[in-house]
Design a protein around this ligand. Structure first.
Ligand SMILES: NC(=O)c1ccc[n+]([C@@H]2O[C@H](COP(=O)([O-])OP(=O)(O)OC[C@H]3O[C@@H](n4cnc5c(N)ncnc54)[C@H](OP(=O)(O)O)[C@@H]3O)[C@@H](O)[C@H]2O)c1
Length: 331
């Protein structure tokens, strides 16, 4: 497994992180534990949870997974979002809906629309302290590797009482480092050297190249954690469908399969190539997704190789122009 050095922690972790947003909601505990174990056996050592994930269940399930191997796994949890209150009827139907969704994956998108979204909680020093104590209990540990503010307002990320609360947690050994997990604006603000954030988590795709924007301002001690790799998959497939010349150019560049397979491989390559020193989070509860993402990590094109095609693709989506036709060597 390729490693990323998290300078704030002084450790190497797997470049692929397991995103646990669906752990306990779409994916029940039994299948979730099996998927976490599979990833661990494949060398995944970085896990991303939050009190709001999995309808409030993700941290507890991760705690069960990590017991007995806490010193060999690393976890980022967060503060600032609370899970949606479960509707009684949804709670009763949950085991049924989890197995139906697992059998009929096309229902997944509809299920996420029906499910209520977690909500933002205004940050305060007291909330941070209480939330961390509760997280530690659920995670069955006495320290969190990284504590992230979960989608903070920019004003919250720089507020003195919040900074002091975070620094206290680090001093007390309850969090080893702190981070911002939010949009680009909050992430940018978090790069300020006077602030304690040493990791920044943002979405990153060819159409939302946030890591490039962050890198322009960051010092090398910062670690970027990205998510949302496949969030534009449908959009990209539709575009490739409408503009066959771009699809055939991707074929020339070495991508094979149907349009969905080509787009999936390209998006994974983009995520790895643009964040070569950081961590890319994936939800990987299905075995084939873990296997695929590991394969792409093992052999993805370099940034230099991908850049011309990304530029042409983005430009092509804007102006319906073709991408360059020269083949790219995939060594
Ligand atoms: N800080 C934030 O505000 C924030 C926001 C969003 C996400 N996150 C973190 O990032 C993690 C990942 O989130 P995400 O938005 O990137 O993804 P996601 O929405 O959690 O999942 C993307 C979907 O892609 C599937 N998938 C994974 N690998 C694939 C592959 N190779 N081919 C086809 N499909 C594949 C997954 O399926 P399976 O899971 O069924 O295998 C999942 O259904 C979250 O779990 C969370 O930890 C953080």
């Amino acid at each position: 497994m390729k490693q990323a050095c998290v300078k704030a922690l002084g450790i190497n972790v797997s470049r692929i992180g397991f995103g646990c947003a669906s752990l306990g909601s779409r994916v029940g505990p039994r299948k979730g534990l099996a998927a976490l174990g599979r990833a661990y056996d494949a060398g995944v050592t970085w896990y991303d949870v939050a009190p709001s994930y999995g309808d409030g269940m993700a941290e507890s399930i991760w705690g069960e997974f990590a017991s007995g191997k806490r010193d060999r796994v690393f976890v980022c949890t967060k503060v600032g979002m609370r899970p949606a209150p479960p509707l009684i009827v949804m709670r009763m139907l949950k085991p049924l809906s989890q197995s139906v969704i697992a059998t009929v994956p096309v229902l997944r998108k509809h299920a996420s629309k029906v499910r209520q979204a977690p909500s933002k909680v205004p940050l305060s020093a007291e909330l941070i302290t209480t939330s961390v104590e509760e997280s530690l209990q659920r995670l069955r540990t006495d320290y969190i590797d990284v504590l992230a503010l979960h989608r903070p307002a920019v004003e919250e990320a720089v507020r003195e009482d919040i900074i002091l609360a975070l620094e206290r947690l680090v001093r007390d050994g309850k969090a080893r480092a702190v981070s911002i997990a939010g949009d680009l604006e909050a992430g940018m603000r978090g790069l300020d050297e006077s602030l304690p954030y040493r990791l920044v988590q943002v979405a990153n795709t060819p159409f939302e190249p946030n890591v490039d924007s962050l890198r322009e301002r960051a010092t090398p001690s910062r670690t970027f954690v990205t998510h949302g790799t496949f969030s534009c998959l449908d959009q990209l497939v539709a575009h490739l469908n409408a503009q066959q010349q771009i699809a055939s150019a991707l074929h020339d560049y070495g991508y094979r399969g149907n349009l969905t397979e080509i787009a999936t491989a390209f998006l994974a390559d983009y995520a790895f190539a643009t964040n070569p020193a950081g961590i890319t989070l994936f939800s990987m509860f299905q075995r084939e997704h873990l296997d695929f993402n590991l394969r792409r990590l093992g052999n993805h094109p370099t940034r230099k190789q991908l850049d011309p095609i990304v530029a042409a693709l983005v430009e092509g989506m804007r102006r319906a122009d073709p991408v360059p036709s020269s083949p790219l060597s995939r060594n």
